[in-house]
Design a protein around this ligand. Structure first.
Ligand code: 13P
Ligand code: ZN
Ligand code: NA
Length: 280
């Protein structure tokens, strides 16, 4: 069933697991991710990023995500990732998304607070949850820009949460969108301090490329939602490439099933790493 982000994250309170938040851009990806969640009995979040809407328009992919969540045998929250435009955030809420992110990470703290509050008021009218970001995750969610990371300051996170009371707070602790150019060097000491200072469930963006061991440490120190996108896209490309290399003339639906299988495989691996298996 379709649930809010608040609800899905609240349930993590009693145990040590993180909820996978998977970016999807097609029906095949939606099907693969949902299948993995049902098979492993994992709660999940289905999300799509504002920057991807030029490829997968919100009026088409949005209702598909909501419908898939409603029919799923496990709890699924449907979330707008890295929202920046109020109009798009509103469109997602109208479609039935149960959660939206306002990404004000490039704005000064005070402006981020003001704009997040505006989004929170809007979302409240729909009973939806809100994620915001403090500090700045490196790289951009669509790889279009090389955004420099800004590690989250504990005091900023505390001030931000006091003023906004968001349902989930994304932090920058050395995590990066896309491929890590060198081994990820996550700052667990900083994460611990943020977790001690802020009561909000924390979000780790840039999940692709992080080890299972690092995921476990993140979860121990307050990370409840983990975003994964690049790993899924790469897995699809790799599997489709090998299908075309191995088969002379694959028919369309062999290709179609291959995309679903790739999304399924990547999502399942991550659910196991996040220890969300049997937590639905
Ligand atoms: P990756 O592409 O590194 O998995 O990051 C996903 C993300 O943070 C989406 O918001
Ligand atoms: Zn992100
Ligand atoms: Na990454």
């Amino acid at each position: 069933p379709l649930v809010t982000l608040r609800e899905i994250l609240q349930k993590t309170d009693q145990s040590d697991y993180g909820v996978g938040s998977f970016n999807v851009v097609s029906m095949e990806m939606v099907m693969g991710v949902i299948r993995a969640a049902e098979e492993t009995f994992s709660p999940i979040i289905l999300q799509t990023a504002e920057a991807r809407l030029k490829h997968s328009p919100l009026n088409l992919i949005g209702p598909l995500m909501v419908e898939a969540a409603c029919k799923a045998k496990v709890p699924v929250a449907v979330h707008l990732d890295h929202g920046s435009q109020l109009e798009i955030i509103k469109q997602a809420l109208e479609i039935g998304f149960t959660s939206v992110m306002f990404d004000g990470s490039r704005l000064p703290l005070a402006v981020n607070i003001t704009k997040t509050l505006e989004v929170a008021r809007l979302a409240q009218g729909y009973g939806a949850s809100v994620e915001a970001e403090i500090g700045r995750v490196g790289g951009s969610e669509d790889g279009a820009e090389d955004i420099e990371m800004a590690i989250t300051q504990v005091q900023d996170a505390q001030t931000f949460f006091e003023h906004t009371g968001v349902d989930a707070l994304a932090v920058a602790i050395g995590n990066v969108h896309g491929v890590y150019k060198r081994e990820p060097n996550l700052q667990f000491a900083r994460l611990k301090d943020i977790h001690a200072a802020v009561a909000a469930p924390l979000v780790l963006h840039g999940g692709s490329g992080i080890t299972a061991q690092d995921f476990r440490q993140c979860i121990q120190h307050g990370i409840k939602k983990i975003n994964v996108q690049t790993a899924t896209l790469h897995k699809v490309v790799a599997k489709v490439r090998s299908l075309f290399q191995q088969t002379e003339n694959p028919d369309y639906f062999t290709y179609h099933e291959c995309v679903i299988a790739a999304a399924h495989e990547s999502a399942k691996d991550h659910m196991e790493a996040f220890q969300s298996v049997n937590q639905a």
